[in-house]
Design a protein around this ligand. Structure first.
Ligand SMILES: [Zn+2]
Length: 101
């Protein structure tokens, strides 16, 4: 879900709106969608976590999606630094194409 960047330096840093973040975790605890991770962009940067990203890493094993230059990269906050994940695009099958026994 989108959230405002509430950092006092929004061009340099990001801080997820805590109201949105807390609401997402609350919904997850109440059987809503799980919080798999977070996304943000590096408008003038690279697809790798920045030094600031690394400073704010919590090791919670969640995925960080970083968008830069029209691409996206996925990283797992492993607790021992960010580990790049591989990904592939998967099209959802229409329900009538799913075979059941
Ligand atoms: Zn970043």
């Amino acid at each position: 879900m989108p959230a405002a960047n509430v950092s006092d330096q929004p061009r340099l840093r990001f801080e997820i709106d805590p109201v949105v973040l807390l609401a997402a975790h609350k919904a997850a605890r109440e059987d809503g969608p799980k919080v798999l991770g977070y996304y943000h962009s590096h408008p003038l940067g690279h697809l790798v976590p920045s030094a600031t990203d690394c400073e704010h890493s919590t090791g919670d094993l969640r995925i960080w999606a970083i968008i830069a230059g029209g691409q996206v990269a996925f990283w797992r906050d492993s607790g021992k630094g960010f580990v790049e994940l591989t990904c592939r695009m998967v099209e959802e099958c229409p329900a009538d194409h799913i075979k059941t026994k």
